[in-house]
Design a protein around this ligand. Sequence first.
Ligand code: DGL
Length: 269
Amino acid sequence: MAVGIFDSGLGGLTVWDAVHQRLPDLPVVYLADSAHAPYGVRTSDDIYQLTCKAVERLFDAGCNLAVLACNTASAAALRRMQESWVPPDKRVLGVFVPLIEALTERQWGDNSPPREVAVRHVALFATPATVASRAFQRELAFRAIGVDVEAQSCGGVVDAIEDGDMILAEALVRSHVDALQRKMPTPDAAILGCTHYPLMQDSFQAALGDEVKVFSQASLVADSLADYLDRHPDMLGTGQAAFLTTGDPRRVSDRATQFLRRQITFQAA
Ligand code: DGL
């Protein structure tokens, strides 16, 4: 019995960690497509093909439910997968909706018309592919009116994190926040729309200032998954917990252990 969590690389571990805290007895098969990261600079077609292949691997590992702990895959591939690829006895969920529901202060499954919400000026930090998809703005428009979103595509941050170069990652975060503030000087809220970015949350908060509320996804997705599994216990598959990577297991294990401050051992996918 296990659920699958997928990311292009290490960022989804922020979601894995929150899921592990929320549901400590839930076995999880985590798959990092490290050989093909970053996804954020790829075309939608490419992201779709790679994500289907990765999710197929999670199904083969005995998962009935796969969570795309990757905004880029959720934005560029999820809808197409759900419409034409996911087998009827399996489910694939993304990470966008729980975040937008938190931002717009909605309960799960509240389908009432869009309304005014507390935030007015929202800064979205995400990968180039997520920004280009406009998926965040589309989902937000279903739920809220009068919210001005300024999106900043944060080239280079995922590569720096995957390479373990946190000094470069921090410098890039500062320059992307600067670029955003030139377009929107005083956002009330900021969304970390990439699961790698919570690893740099302190740098985002320091560059934005304390008055900006920074939303990140990990705990929201964990709550949403717990709620989903309560309603769909049949979606627990037959697999066993594991960390799989398409990259070099030793290198990925070292980075993961450094980020989560506990021993994490990846195996070849
Ligand atoms: N963690 C992925 C996301 O949330 C990173 C994407 C990438 O590989 O560029 O978008």
